[in-house]
Write a protein that binds this ligand. Structure first.
Ligand SMILES: CC(C)(COP(=O)(O)OP(=O)(O)OC[C@H]1O[C@@H](n2cnc3c(N)ncnc32)[C@H](O)[C@@H]1OP(=O)(O)O)[C@@H](O)C(=O)NCCC(=O)NCCS
Length: 221
């Protein structure tokens, strides 16, 4: 058993506690959370040990790694980089029901939930988060910090840029070559053309909603 903490004691953190405990390989010791109101509380039977300022001190307590199942891609990437800088592991979590012919590198902080199917020759970058029932076709690349929400379909040969967020039930068809970094694909969108970096697209077919920085959703499934 590997002793770990979960960063973020909200509802998604509690869901990951359930997944990790059911997996049987993780001794989930505690949560960390940067919300001052959470300090000293107990969440789902686990203590909130402190804020992420505790990260450099966790190895002294025998804690080897941390999971950060946080839907905001920038926040997740920054936190997992801090976990690494503290000399700790950023383990992967791949649910037992996932069918994948493309395995992420060990300890690359990749999380893949139940029912997802991934074809061969898919590159999965570090800190990528893939939710339930996602389908990814061959020769597609997911760069660092991408999030694919529940039921997303990604066709073949598509480059999904760093921290792109694909909303629930969205589809990117095979003829698309690029989904830009920090773009946001709205729930249910069908993407037929390349998406530039940093914009939000919605609808069928997907069209830009706004220019400029996308607003990452806080609640993820
Ligand atoms: C695209 C998205 C980020 C836009 O959020 P927002 O910036 O707060 O935009 P608003 O809700 O103010 O909507 C702006 C307009 O876009 C439309 N719109 C928003 N999301 C849409 C979507 N997914 N598809 C089609 N139209 C959409 C709204 O109806 C509204 O149209 P109107 O101006 O004619 O009334 C958001 O709706 C979305 O789809 N987020 C993804 C959520 C998700 O998948 N979360 C993970 C799991 S639940």
């Amino acid at each position: 058993m590997t002793a770990v903490v979960i960063i973020g004691a909200g509802s998604y953190g509690v869901v990951y506690k359930e997944y990790l405990e059911a997996d049987g390989r993780w001794d989930v010791r505690a949560f960390l959370d940067d919300d001052p109101a959470m300090q000293g509380t107990t969440v789902a039977g686990l203590p909130v040990l402190g804020t992420t300022a505790e990260l450099p001190h966790l190895r002294e307590r025998g804690i080897e790694g941390a999971f950060a199942p946080i839907g905001n891609n920038s926040v997740r990437v920054q936190l997992l980089a801090r976990v690494r800088a503290a000399g700790m592991r950023t383990p992967n979590f791949v649910h037992a029901s996932v069918i994948t012919a493309s395995t992420p590198q060990p300890d690359s902080g990749v999380y893949i939930l139940a029912g997802t199917v991934i074809m061969p020759l898919v590159q999965i970058g570090e800190f990528v988060m893939i939710s339930m029932g996602v389908k990814i076709a061959h020769h597609t690349t997911l760069e660092r910090g991408v999030f694919l929400s529940t039921g997303v379909n990604v066709g073949a040969g598509i480059h999904v840029g760093e921290r792109a967020f694909l909303g629930i039930g969205s589809t990117v068809v095979t003829k698309v070559r690029s989904v830009g970094a920090d773009s946001l694909i709205g729930a249910g969108a069908v993407v037929l053309k390349d998406v530039p970096a940093g914009i939000t697209v919605v609808g069928v077919p997907a069209r830009p909603l706004q220019r400029g920085a996308a607003k990452p959703p806080q609640d993820v499934e």
